[in-house]
Design a protein around this ligand. Structure first.
Ligand SMILES: *Cc1c(COP(=O)(O)O)cnc(C)c1O
Length: 358
């Protein structure tokens, strides 16, 4: 029996993808070996690499003036790669809306004149600050944001206008979950383990004008242009993660692409938020316009009840609902692979638990 896994990452993968991968595990496509055992220079793997890139480009409608690379080190390594790769004036502005954007800012501070242009720390990151062009330094090399805040359960309701300053966004926990106009960004990056595939592979999408701006001290391995030139095959890539990602992209395309999954994601989020809002037992403190489609934190009346809620849920096959230690309570991550049925099961359990403990 498959459980419903509400983990923030690594998270659920679509069952049809797991089944497909299972078939290829011993003998991939008649090669007599699995992808895990394959040379990354083989024709078979190069086809996987090419197809993953082409499918992602199609799904996200990524314009030609952007390159896509698959690298290692997680989204966290990009916190440093960003300031090291985009260095013109040596200064950049950060919007801090939670844990990961705070970490990105802290790392960047090692490499230049960084500034916190706005923050939502004053209300424990329960909203996205109002931004406009005038808040950023005109000679900043870029503005960095985190589009969906995995821990605090917020997301931008629109893409901020930074004028001519390139906008860089961490989209680890919302990539492919909703339509996004890539042309509004200079760089986008995301770790795979939320909405794309197993951990190990990180997607970076870089506009051409930001590919020759690296600092002299930028390590070769972290330089985007290194991997762009080599089509992500400069050194041994995380072949298996990229292969599963390719299968996830295929699956997403088959079910109608980002537009179709966005509708399903909106349906799931609406079901859950409506239930929470209509209950006097559960609460979510995020300001409504900024509520994440992907990560839904909530609390019951006491910490003791939160603990029992999480334990009881696990017994019913509703896994990993414990909230992040920074927020407490519960968190339901409802990424692309979480079916509507899983959210309905969760709500059923929430109603039962409320009735038994009111
Ligand atoms: C999970 C997450 C990260 C960290 O990703 P790693 O791949 O573990 O480095 C960074 N940013 C966001 C928004 C995340 O959700």
């Amino acid at each position: 029996m498959r459980n419903y896994n509400f983990s923030a990452g690594p998270s659920m993968l679509p069952l049809p993808v797991l089944e497909r991968v299972k078939h290829g595990l011993v003998d991939y496509d008649g090669n007599g070996i699995s992808v895990m055992e394959m040379s990354h220079r083989s024709k078979a793997y190069q086809a996987i690499n090419d197809q993953a890139e082409a499918l992602l480009r199609e799904l996200m409608d990524i314009p030609e003036q952007y390159d896509i690379i698959f690298v290692q080190g997680g989204a966290s390594l990009q916190f440093e790669a960003v300031p090291l790769n985009i260095k013109r004036n040596g200064k950049a502005d950060y919007v801090v809306t939670g844990n990961f954007s705070g970490k990105a800012y802290k790392e960047a501070c090692k490499y230049g004149d960084m500034r916190e242009a706005a923050s939502s720390a004053d209300k424990n990151f329960t909203y996205i600050p109002k931004l406009d062009k005038s808040m950023f330094r005109q000679d900043a090399d870029y503005v960095h944001i985190c589009y969906n805040n995995t821990i605090f359960g917020t997301r931008y309701d629109k893409i901020p206008d930074t004028g001519d300053i390139p906008l860089v966004a961490d989209i680890s926990s919302c990539i492919l979950s909703q339509e996004l106009d890539v042309s509004k960004f200079g760089v986008l990056y995301a770790g795979a383990q939320k909405n794309v595939g197993p951990a190990g592979m990180t997607i970076v999408i870089v506009r051409k004008d930001l590919q020759d701006t690296a600092s002299d001290i930028c390590p070769t391995m972290m330089k985007w242009s290194t991997q762009i030139k080599e089509k992500s095959l400069y050194n041994t890539p995380p072949c298996f993660s990229t292969y599963v990602a390719m299968e996830v992209f295929r699956w997403l395309k088959e079910i109608g692409g980002v537009k179709a999954i966005q509708k399903i994601n909106e349906e799931k989020a609406e079901l859950l938020y409506d239930f929470i809002d209509n209950s006097s037992f559960y609460a979510n403190s995020v300001e409504k316009p900024f509520r994440s489609l992907m990560n839904v934190p909530f609390v019951s009346p006491t910490e003791e009840l939160d603990k029992r809620f999480v334990e009881g849920a696990a017994k019913k096959g509703l896994l990993t609902l414990k909230g992040h230690r920074l927020v407490g309570g519960m968190r339901a991550s409802i990424y692309n692979a979480m079916p509507v049925e899983g959210v309905k099961k969760l709500i059923e359990y929430m109603a039962e638990f409320e009735k038994a403990n009111k």
